[in-house]
Design a protein around this ligand. Structure first.
Ligand SMILES: [Zn+2]
Length: 211
């Protein structure tokens, strides 16, 4: 394995990098990672939650499944998923954000995030972290940041009512997901201020390697 880069991403911060076709991004964490990718050579082509679900034929994706753009092109393939057997990565929710947490606190609903109402409310979240990763360096307007795949975020889905809810299911120790780039990409990840993770958020590790 030839390591291209290996970055520590502090809790509740963003990270972004280019990756070449054929290289692999390894994300290692025990917290939620909001993840998106864009075509390096045409940033208008972006990861799309809906296309991904249609192409893979499921709402939970794992090893062997693909991340797909709105133009129906395969952007990445999951080649390793250590979360399998513990939970599923989420393709329903968007990003958390400062205003989202503030509204939940004002409405007395922070307990939906599994640590009650007496917790420090993050002043920013994955929405702001992905902006830090993408907007200045790559010139991506914040409104163009796609809704992510939320890695290590297991969501309960009631198939009778369609209700979705957060769950506290997380990796017990830092584990990996490996995604192979199927085109040259910009990849971006947020270390979520995850209220179900120890200390309400954990650092993540982002490694790019040439297999
Ligand atoms: Zn988040």
């Amino acid at each position: 394995m030839n390591i291209i880069r290996d970055d520590h991403v502090p809790a509740n911060s963003g990270w972004g990098a280019p990756i070449e076709k054929g290289q692999v991004l390894r994300l290692t964490a025990m917290t939620i990672i909001d993840f998106v990718c864009l075509n390096l050579h045409d940033l208008d082509e972006r990861f799309d939650q809906a296309r991904t679900k249609v192409h893979d034929g499921k709402i939970w994706i794992t090893e062997g499944d693909r991340l797909v753009s709105k133009r129906d092109n395969v952007m990445m393939t999951i080649i390793r998923d250590d979360f399998a057997g513990t939970g599923f990565h989420d393709l329903q929710y968007g990003t958390c954000s400062g205003p989202r947490f503030a509204r939940a606190a004002a409405e007395g609903r922070l307990n939906q995030y599994h640590h009650g109402d007496d917790i420090p409310v993050p002043d920013h979240g994955c929405w702001e972290n992905l902006q830090d990763a993408l907007c200045a360096r790559w010139g991506v307007p914040k409104e163009f940041i796609p809704s992510p795949i939320n890695i290590f975020q297991h969501v309960e889905i009631d198939t009778e009512t369609g209700a979705i809810s957060h769950s506290p299911v997380r990796p017990a120790t830092p584990i990996c997901v490996d995604l192979r780039a199927e085109m040259d990409l910009v990849v971006a990840a947020s270390a979520c201020p995850d209220l179900a993770a120890p200390e309400f958020g954990q650092p993540i590790r982002a490694t790019i390697y040439q297999p």
